[in-house]
Structure formats: structure tokens, C-alpha cells
Ligand binder design. Structure first.
Ligand code: DAH
Length: 341
């Protein structure tokens, strides 16, 4: 068995070189644990005579205290070192500039629909939506489209069954509204439409429209013109002027297309890219609701009249922001989308 001095010398060396609290704990067990070397010395004292035991006992007790003290000191030092390491790792430089996350933006189609909707909501319209899968009845028949109307053709329209299709326009929401609401009716309806078109700079098989419908007693073409003129001014600028050109839609009579004065050149530039020198840009279709459509809703056409309008959202956005290719809307290139806030 080693002497107390030998044990102390060895313990001191080992404790001093311990690098980790777990190593220090191992040494505690090795020397002071139940089967430890110091404990063994204490136990062995039983064999000694009383005189010898006293002197030896004092020596071993001192050894025990010294080893305890060394271990205590080492554990404190290690704990403190550990804390310094942790504090260094957790250090926060409060003067460091923050890291920016690029926030998402609304899609320009959504922004445009929101803008159009806000203008009409300010005029007291409510916003309603219809399904993208429609009945042939709502999309064509109830809208007074002749059985031979070319838009009904399979080459123009995506049919799902003989009686259902992907709506080609938002106008069927007029029918749904007339079937479920009593005048006064004042709604707009934004949404997706589908046509079997080959994509190019101005065509896409999927696109968006905003429909409008107002039905009440005594509604005139003057109301239509005033409303849509105000819309054009709020959407494109207070200086914009509008004119109404006769047109044909099955569900309105009379029907018109509304043009607005070119906000790019004001009508003064013969080489203007936007209006091609004409000074006017077509922005929407409109008209007085055809009596046949009002009758679908069971309305008394002597008492009620109304106007309707429909506009392309992509076209509106392209005009407003100078976008020259409709396909840009659907390619999801963030460099394009991120320009519109
Ligand atoms: N549905 C028409 C289209 O897709 C647009 C339209 C024109 C809607 C005149 C209307 C309207 O409500 O009165 O070409």
C-alpha cells in the first residue's frame, strides 16, 4: 500500500491535470470513494496499536482534507472555465446590424384585383365569387348566348362534361346573383377564367376578369357611363377621359366597349406604343343588362333595369404598369413579381 505522502503526490498531480468536471469526479471516487485509496488507508488503521493509530490517523485525515481541498478547488476552476466558454459562445453583439428577411409581396394580379375591388367597394358594391367549374347554362344559355355562338365551340371552351365547363368569363356570376338576390343588386366578382387559347404575348388559357352588375329601378346608361368613367379616373388617373363605342355582347343591350384616353401620350404621340397613335385604349366591355337575362332571375323587366361590365385583370395591370407580355404573370420570376408592392 502506498504511503499517505505518495498518495498525495500522485493525487495532486492527477487532480491538477484534470481537464473536465467528469475527470475530477472520477478522481474523487478513486481517492475518497467507498473503495477509494484514502478510504482504504482509514480502514486499515484498525490493525494498528492505539499510539500508532493516533499519529497515523492524524496523517491520513490530513491527507483526506488536502485531497478534498484540491478537488474542490479544481471543480470550482473547471466550473468557472466552463461558464466563460459558455458566455463567450452565447455572446450577443447588440450593435450588429439586423439580418433582413426578404418579405413576400402580393402577386400583381392580386394587387390589381384588390385595387379594382377597393374602387367599387367605395361606391357601395359588395364582392362575390363564383365557381371556376360552371354549368353550360350559367356560362352561356342564361346569358342569352345564341346556340350557335362561336364561343361555345369545343375549340374555344374547355368542356368537362356535356353540361359543365371551365367558365370562359366571370359573367355567369351575374346569373348566380340574379337567381339568389333581389334588387337592389350591386356586386362585383373577380376570378379566374379559362379559354382554349394558345399562349402568346396577349393570350393565356387561364386569365382573370372582374365582373360588375348593378340592378335596380330606374337604372340608365347614364349611370353606367358615370360609374365606369369614375372607375377609369380612380384606376388610371384623374386626367383620363373615356368614350363608349357600340359593341355586341349577348347579355347586354345596348352593349359598348369603353375606351380611355391614352395616359402614356395623352393622344398626342403618333408613335405611342400603348395606343399606337390612336389616342385611345380599350379597357372594358359593358352594357345594359338584356331583359332575357333579368328574366332568368324572375325580375319584372318593366320595373327593373341594370348595367353590367367586365374587364380583364391582366390587361388592366399590363396597361397600368407597362407590362408587355401576359406570360410574365405566370412564370413566377421573383425579379418580376418583386417590382410590385
Ligand atoms: N364577358 C365578357 C367577355 O368575357 C366581358 C363583358 C362584357 C362582361 C360586357 C360584361 C359586359 O358584364 O356587360 O368578353
Amino acid at each position: 500500500m502506498n504511503t499517505p505522502d505518495e498518495i498525495f503526490a500522485e493525487a495532486k498531480q492527477l487532480i491538477e491535470s484534470a481537464q473536465h468536471p467528469a475527470a475530477a469526479e472520477e478522481l474523487r471516487i478513486r481517492y475518497l470513494g467507498k473503495k477509494g485509496e484514502v478510504t482504504a488507508l482509514l480502514k486499515s488503521m484498525g490493525q494498528l496499536g492505539p499510539e500508532e493509530r493516533r499519529a497515523y490517523g492524524m496523517q491520513v485525515n490530513k491527507l483526506k482534507q488536502d485531497v478534498e481541498a484540491l478537488l474542490e478547488e479544481k471543480k470550482n476552476a473547471l466550473a468557472q472555465a466552463g461558464q466563460s466558454v459558455r458566455l463567450a459562445a452565447e455572446k450577443i453583439d447588440v450593435t450588429e446590424p439586423g439580418r433582413c428577411h426578404a418579405p413576400g409581396v402580393r402577386h400583381i394580379i392580386t394587387i390589381t384585383i384588390d385595387e379594382i375591388s377597393a374602387i367599387f367597394m367605395n361606391l357601395g358594391y359588395s364582392v362575390t365569387e363564383g365557381p371556376e367549374v360552371e354549368t353550360v347554362f350559367n356560362n352561356f344559355d342564361a346569358l342569352n348566348a345564341a346556340p350557335s355562338h362561336p364561343s361555345r365551340d369545343m375549340t374555344d371552351t374547355f368542356y368537362i362534361t356535356e353540361n359543365t365547363l371551365l367558365r370562359t368569363q366571370t359573367s355567369p356570376v351575374q346569373v348566380r346573383t340574379l337567381l339568389t338576390h333581389e334588387p337592389p343588386i350591386k356586386v362585383i366578382s373577380p376570378g379566374r377564367c379559362f379559354r382554349a387559347d394558345t399562349p402568346d404575348a396577349t393570350h393565356s388559357p387561364m386569365f382573370h376578369q372582374v365582373e360588375g352588375l348593378l340592378v335596380d329601378e330606374g337604372v340608365t346608361m347614364g349611370d353606367l357611363k358615370g360609374t365606369l368613367d369614375l372607375f377609369a379616373k380612380r384606376m388610371f388617373g384623374a386626367n383620363v377621359r373615356t368614350k363608349f363605342r357600340p359593341h355586341f355582347f349577348p347579355f347586354t343591350e345596348p352593349s359598348a366597349e369603353m375606351d380611355m384616353s391614352c395616359f402614356a401620350c395623352g393622344g398626342a404621340d403618333p408613335s405611342c406604343r400603348l395606343c399606337r397613335g390612336s389616342g385611345w385604349i380599350e379597357i372594358l366591355g359593358c352594357g345594359m343588362v338584356h331583359p332575357n337575362v333579368l328574366k332568368v332571375g324572375g325580375l319584372d323587366t318593366d320595373r327593373y333595369t341594370g348595367f353590367a361590365f367586365g374587364m380583364g385583370v391582366e390587361r388592366t395591370a399590363m396597361l397600368k404598369h407597362g407590362i408587355d407580355d401576359i406570360r410574365l404573370f405566370y412564370e413566377n420570376d421573383v425579379r418580376f413579381l418583386g417590382q410590385f408592392l
